[in-house]
Write a protein that binds this ligand. Structure first.
Ligand code: MN
Length: 708
């Protein structure tokens, strides 16, 4: 039976592991809570303060730190009285108020009976734990005391609380390794969920207790003698099975007598090697039952539990289960992660060991990317809280997986990189198919290859949501990056086709207008839409039709009237006389090209094609210019792409000889594939005809006027 306390003094008697200066804040918290809860009663009829006091007491039995004990005393103040979190923070500081806030948030939705909020409560419990595991200790201790006093609640609430406890809280306590709290919560839940079964078991246990105690004490004496003979200092305790563990065995079809024959004891020694020595001496006297020996010292359970387990034919031909462990191992077995309270570093130390030592925690973190509450809880229940199998890596590390898992689940649980690159799996030295169903104690080796990647079929070949999510995210990421590249290509070739300079299209103001109009947040989204045919490319250019550079420049210059034209060679310049005019060598304008003047520093006006990338439409040095109708040849440079055929140059020269165009120079950039030729032509009309003729040649892929 559990201990119930009524005074602060009794709590303090149990806090000897804390530094004595912790007592002042604990006393302050008690007085504060006492005043706040004054005149409040629990449904059990007791003064309210008894509840937080006992929650703190439960936590003291697992050696909780000062902050957690303090927060336990204050944990119901925000929910049950008019005290605010701000008040609490100014009285006790932020770390206490954060803990109280955490437990208040978790508790708040408990009263609601709607299914969805139950689920979101459960999620909050789990998320609260990932932020600060001490909040979960508060929750477990709070629930434990509430379960101890559950008789005071209406039957309907009893069942709902017991069910939630069994579904969520006891599996968490188990995963965190807190055997003491887990076991009591299970028994109490069973008592309210199935009272008839519970009391029947209790009755049977009691009826046989006297006889069992007799066998156990005889066996203890016998084992103790052997260990003393060999000089191993030890303690031995009889161990009674929990009501819930008996219920589970009955539920699996065992008969009460069969279970009851299992008498159990626990041997405590000081050092790890003494565990093995003690085991050897016990086995030399009492014959071990085959296949019942388990070495959880060399291979700890996933919740850090360590012990040697064996079953022997003991005195009077009775079968005994014997657990052998050190005192340190026992602390971990009873308190799990709670044996890692650190008083120097507080929270971070326990969080650290949780993150490093508990698989459960890592899986939980992985699943937290799921946005839908229902889906999240379903995954958590299926992936970690339900009954599991235990399998091994080749190094002997234990991996816990749900029943029905395959090598794919295993690979992703080890590391997502292992999953993403797996090619085959070897289970107990045999190659197995990827959808092979793993069994308890399988040893699994995953072969990987860095060129391998997951496929869609894998999603149906694994069990855990964790693995499914990782495969999906790999596939969608990959598909995404392919589509981004594809879309970018589509867009760029369209820009080229429309002769829109790439830099001007990607100008901030242009892009943000397009993104706004087609409701995308960045250009890669646009690429994906283009690649997957979700938008028409026309719609992008509809938005920018009036905003191309050429149009902007035209707008700017067309409004102006060319007054007092000053003839200077073949070009007229707006309103300026005696000015030097050069044709730009970067874009080499030809008569009939749309042109624009650019006032240079000290070198007169340079005339560019409007589409020249070296010209910005917003530049204030742009000036209007126009061609005079003169007959003269202008040089311009063409870039010719060919398919590698040998006789390409001959063909070009032949085409040219039929026209008025003169080839001035030919530059080979890549033999048979890329040439740059400069020609002299009298007009754009003539030039375009020439380009068209060249493009008709079968060996030529494209011809374009070059910008430098
Ligand atoms: Mn409470």
């Amino acid at each position: 039976m559990y201990i119930k306390i009524n005074t602060l003094k009794e709590l303090e008697n149990n806090l000897s592991y804390l530094n004595t200066d912790s007592f002042s804040v604990i006393e302050k918290a008690y007085d504060y809570a006492f005043k706040k809860h004054l005149n409040q009663k629990r449904l059990s009829g007791e003064d309210y303060i008894i509840h937080p006091l006992n929650v703190a007491f439960i936590l003291s039995t697992i050696h909780a730190d000062c902050d957690t004990i303090t927060a336990a005393l204050l944990h119901d103040i925000v929910e049950e009285t008019d005290t605010t979190l701000d008040e609490l923070e100014s009285e006790f500081g932020p770390s206490i108020s954060k803990l109280v806030d955490g437990i208040t948030k978790i508790n708040k939705l408990n009263l609601s009976k709607e299914n969805d909020s139950e689920i979101s409560t459960q999620r909050k419990i789990l998320v609260g734990m990932t932020e600060d595991v001490r909040v979960i200790f508060l929750k477990l201790a709070d629930r434990l005391h509430n379960m101890r006093t559950l008789w005071a609640l209406p039957v309907e609430n009893q069942k709902a609380n017991a069910k939630e406890t069994l579904d969520i809280l006891t599996p968490i306590a188990h995963r965190l390794g807190i055997g003491s709290i887990k076991s009591e919560l299970e028994d109490l839940s069973l008592r309210y969920l199935k009272p008839d079964v519970y009391f029947q078991i209790v009755e049977q246990v009691n009826a046989t207790k006297k006889q069992r105690d007799m066998y156990v004490s005889k066996m203890i004496e016998s084992v103790s003698n052997i260990l003393n003979e060999h000089g191993i200092k030890h303690e031995i305790k009889g161990r009674s099975k929990s009501i819930y563990s008996i219920y589970k065995k009955l539920d699996k079809g065992k008969k009460f007598n069969e279970i009851y024959d299992f008498l159990a004891l626990r041997v405590f020694v000081s050092k790890e090697e003494e565990c093995y020595q003690a085991l050897g001496y016990i086995h030399s006297k009492f014959k071990p039952m085959p296949k019942r020996f388990k070495d959880y010292i060399a291979m700890p359970k996933t919740n850090m539990y360590q012990s040697l387990h064996t079953t022997v034919f003991g005195i009077d031909e009775r079968i005994f289960e014997i657990q052998i462990r050190t005192y340190e191992m026992d602390k971990v077995a009873e308190n799990g992660i709670a044996s890692h309270w650190s008083y120097k570093e507080g929270k971070s130390d326990m969080q650290n060991s949780m993150e490093q030592k508990l698989q459960f925690f890592r899986v939980l973190m992985d699943l937290n990317t799921t946005t839908d509450d229902n889906e999240y809880m379903k995954s958590v229940k299926e992936d970690i809280l339900n009954d599991n199998i235990y399998v091994f890596t080749p190094k002997g590390d234990v991996i816990e997986l749900p029943i029905g898992s395959t090598p794919i689940d295993f690979a992703y649980r080890v590391h997502s990189k292992v999953g993403d690159t797996m090619v085959s799996a070897i289970v107990n030295d045999n190659i197995v198919p990827l959808d092979y169903e793993l069994k308890d104690n399988d040893i699994i080796k995953i072969n990987t290859n860095k060129n391998q990647s997951p496929s869609y079929e894998w999603i149906n070949m694994c069990k855990t949501t964790g693995a499914k999510n990782k495969i999906k995210s790999y596939l969608s990421k990959n598909e995404k990056s392919i589509n981004v590249l594809k879309g970018e290509e589509i867009l760029k070739s369209e820009l080229k086709r429309r002769k829109i300079p790439i830099n001007s299209f990607y100008k901030e103001e242009n892009l943000s207008k397009i993104l706004h109009d087609i409701k995308c947040t960045d250009i890669s989204e646009v690429y994906i839409l283009l690649a997957t045919n979700k938008i028409n490319i026309e719609s992008i250019f509809e938005e920018v039709k009036n905003d191309t550079k050429e149009d902007l420049i035209l707008k700017k210059t067309n409004n102006k009237v060319v007054t007092s034209p000053m003839v200077k060679g073949d070009i007229i310049v707006d309103g300026t006389s005696n000015i030097k005019v050069n044709l730009a060598s970067c874009c080499k304008p030809v008569y009939e090209d749309k042109i624009v003047g650019y006032i240079t520093k000290g070198n007169g006006i340079t005339v560019h094609r409007i589409s020249c990338p070296n010209i910005s439409e917003v530049d204030s040095r742009i000036i209007d210019v126009a061609w005079l109708n003169v007959s003269k040849k202008y040089p311009t440079t063409l870039l010719i792409r060919a398919d590698g055929s040998k006789n390409m140059l001959v063909n070009i020269i032949a085409k040219t000889s039929n026209t008025n165009i003169v080839v001035e120079s030919i530059k080979t950039l890549q033999v048979d594939e890329l040439y740059e030729i400069t020609v002299l032509t009298s007009s754009v009309t003539e030039l375009n005809k020439y380009i068209f003729d060249l493009e008709m040649l079968s060996s030529i892929i494209s011809v374009e006027r070059k910008f430098l």
